[in-house]
Design a protein around this ligand. Structure first.
Ligand code: APR
Length: 243
């Protein structure tokens, strides 16, 4: 990888696994305990908002546990963002704030694209205001801006909804020289299609860093198999030192 190129990094739940946060599709993962249609769709929220709030309140509480900290993979990615003498785009499917905290520890601006939203934000379905939160949400809440009761939902992109920043993401995919996917099963679109998009626009190399080959592994030139907290720091060192 010539120095000064544009590196595009896509992460999924696997990058946060060793921080103590569950993945979705591994054995015993989140979708083994909850039905997607009940807690991760607009229809589920309309049907039973209290259940959806309970689901995300539990995940928000877990994220705020002092034991849940960025792991060496998050810190290595932040180091690459700080030290690489070219562009680094970080897009995550994760709604936790572990990449943000690792970036903040290096005084990096929070340029991280969280395409599926943020667990520590709420969204009003009436006026659209987004607010930072660190507390539970419930159906009795009144929107601070428009005063509507019951209109506040988690600022999470649910199945069937358009992820955030898609125009920016595709612009950056068309420009990147190296595409690195870390800790994602490659099963959920549009993120699962990003590697093909990058390759279609001349991306020189695509690397998959995961515990196992993903559903979209066909498009990758190289696979690094192992836990992210070990493989990502090694990969970042190799990129930064050129050897
Ligand atoms: N290190 C690296 N990879 C890991 C680790 C680890 N320690 N632990 C698990 N993995 C890998 C698994 O092998 C799996 O391929 O991380 C991947 C996690 O896959 P999923 O659970 O499907 O999570 P993700 O790909 O992020 O899901 C995408 O689906 O449900 C939606 O919105 C949700 O953003 C999520 C999207």
């Amino acid at each position: 990888m010539k120095s000064g190129g544009h590196i595009f990094i896509l992460t999924g739940a696997g990058v946060s696994k060793e921080s103590g946060l569950d993945t979705f599709r591994d054995k015993g993962g989140i979708w083994a305990k909850y039905k997607i249609e009940n807690v991760a769709t607009p229809e589920g929220f309309d049907r039973n908002p209290a259940l959806v709030h309970e689901f995300y309140n539990g995940r928000r509480q877990q994220l705020q546990d002092p034991k849940v900290q960025p792991n060496p993979a998050h810190h290595a990615i932040a180091k690459l963002m700080k030290e690489w003498n070219g562009d680094v785009t970080l897009v995550t499917q994760n709604i936790d704030n572990l990449h943000n905290r690792a970036a903040a520890a290096l005084d990096l601006p929070d340029g991280i694209i969280q395409m599926h939203g943020r667990l520590l934000e709420s969204l009003c379905t009436k006026c659209g205001v987004v607010e930072e939160i660190n507390h539970d949400l419930n159906t009795d809440m009144v929107c601070h801006k428009c005063g509507t009761k019951g209109s506040v939902r988690p600022n999470i992109v649910w199945f069937g909804e358009m992820p955030y920043a898609m125009d920016e993401i595709y612009t950056r995919l068309a420009d990147c020289d190296l595409f690195i996917s870390i800790g994602t099963s490659g099963t959920v679109y549009p993120a699962a299609g990003f590697v093909a998009e990058a390759k279609a626009h001349g991306c020189i190399r695509a690397m998959e860093v995961n515990l196992e080959r993903s559903d979209s592994s066909y498009y990758f030139d190289e696979y690094i198999i192992g836990p992210a907290s070990e493989t990502v720091p090694q990969l970042v060192e190799k990129i930064l030192t050129g050897k």
